[in-house]
Design a protein around this ligand. Structure first.
Ligand code: AMP
Ligand code: GLY
Length: 429
């Protein structure tokens, strides 16, 4: 089969790496890909936002399956375009992708199906939102309705922050149209967990649990990022939570889609917070997580390709996934400045040395090949994953690999997965 993976991050490198292992994969293209995907697949110079170009490429090259990594092309309707041209694509349609692309759509669906989530109000008038905040109990969480590159959520500790956030989003157009309408919701306390499900419209198959580290600095300080690391399985997940999650969240969300006449086919990733009363939904994502995918796929023993196909064909019910019992830890190496304006063009050394280590995978994100060298070309540069018999073992291996890789002003967190290591034997790297 000829496969096209759309995107250029660590998630897409991990997807291409996993699909490469399938006996059914003949050729893999990545659009536009990165320095790492170029080693295992053929990079083709189409941006993930160039929907027409991508359709044309898939048609001309008789691509059998396209896997869409990022949310933006899904929200823009790339799967609808491919399907109209009789091309097979993995991911939800534009209408189904609203579960991620519109926080208001997601909240309304959750409310209708009584899915546990934060109490929320939606506003399209800034005056009303400001008045609401005068009486609110702080902190409150203010969310732009639309996609905002992961920056559309502000936790406002006080009225002054709430006022300036509302003003920036709704009046000053900080996120363009994405912030013209907002959601203000209660602040929930607990630990976060990422679940991934292959959803074929009617049924779903869960992947293993994972946890992401969203803040830039150790100890969960600093600004929010796309994700500075991940590990799997999650230390805060268990069978009881999973059955509650399936009954109270997964089955109702599928029912909610069907009641609206929407068929969600693709990967649904609810971001959860585990409160004292059980799991609550923080958000729904309609694609694989980044960096969770880099932690999940090295644990997946089954072939990913037939699972993606079964999702499209509506036969996920007959599938199962075999998982490695070993754990994974993924550490993200970022450029100086990230998540703000960041440096690029720095030469990366030590990649071969790190890749030689057993049970280590170095996934590229913001990298590009420049002659004989790999250089930095993005905010998140690499995602270094290691498998280990325990989280602690995986952590040691991951940080050993990280210590061999260098580029100027490289920044990474030292405490990825540390919370999952038993305190009495915990060591920091
Ligand atoms: P989201 O993009 O909705 O996942 O939000 C980004 C981050 O903001 C989440 O990963 C949480 O850490 C935090 N967050 C979002 N909503 C809430 C909430 N209601 N209560 C507490 N933290 C939240
Ligand atoms: N890891 C967060 C995300 O993919 O949205």
């Amino acid at each position: 089969m000829k496969i096209l993976v759309i995107g250029s991050g660590g998630r897409e490198h991990a997807l291409a790496w996993k699909l490469r292992q399938s006996p059914h994969a003949e050729r893999i293209f990545c659009a536009p890909g990165n320095g790492g995907t170029g080693e295992i697949a053929e990079n083709v110079a189409f941006a993930a936002s160039d929907l027409e170009g991508l359709v044309r490429f898939a048609k001309e090259n008789r691509v059998d399956l396209t896997v869409v990594g990022p949310d933006d092309p899904l929200a823009a309707g790339i799967v609808d375009l491919f399907t109209a041209e009789k091309l097979r694509a993995f991911g939800p349609t534009k209408s189904a992708a609203r579960i991620e692309a519109s926080k208001i759509f997601a909240k309304e669906l959750m409310r209708a199906q009584e899915i546990p989530t934060a109490e929320a109000r939606t506003f399209s008038d800034s005056g009303e939102a400001l008045r609401y905040c005068q009486l609110a109990k702080f902190p409150v969480v203010i969310k732009a309705d639309g996609l905002a590159l992961g920056k559309g959520v502000t936790i406002a500790a006080d009225a002054a922050t709430a006022r300036s956030t509302i003003d920036e989003m709704m009046n000053q157009g900080r996120f363009g149209d994405a912030g013209r309408r907002i959601v203000i919701e209660e602040f929930l306390r607990g630990t976060e967990c990422s679940l991934h499900a292959l959803v074929d419209g009617k049924n779903y198959l869960l992947l293993e649990s994972a946890r992401d580290h969203k803040r830039m600095l150790d100890g969960d300080r600093g600004p929010n990022t796309g994700g500075m690391g991940a590990f799997s399985p999650a230390d805060n997940w268990n069978g009881k939570l999973q059955s509650q999650f399936e009954t109270e969240i997964m089955r109702p969300v599928l029912r909610g889609f069907l009641q609206q006449g929407i068929e969600f086919c693709g990967l649904l990733y609810p971001g959860l917070i585990i409160t004292s009363e059980g799991p609550r939904v923080l958000e729904f994502n309609c694609r694989f997580g980044d960096p969770e995918t880099q932690a999940l796929l090295p644990r997946m023993k089954s072939d990913l390709l037939p699972l993606l196909e079964a999702t499209i064909d509506g036969t996920i019910n007959g599938c199962a996934i075999e998982w490695d019992t070993w754990a994974t830890v993924t550490v993200v190496l970022a450029s100086a400045g990230y998540p703000g304006k960041y440096e690029t063009g720095k030469t990366i050394s030590g990649l071969c040395d790190a890749a030689k280590l057993q049970d280590v995978q170095v996934f590229h994100a913001g990298t590009k090949r420049d002659g004989g060298e790999i250089k930095t070309a993005g905010g998140r540069v690499l995602a270094v994953t290691a498998l280990g018999s325990t989280i602690e073992d995986a952590r040691e291996r991951a940080y050993d690999a990280v210590s061999r890789i260098h580029f100027d002003n490289c920044h990474y967190r030292r405490d990825i997965a540390l919370s999952a290591v038993p305190v009495n034997i915990g060591k920091s790297s």
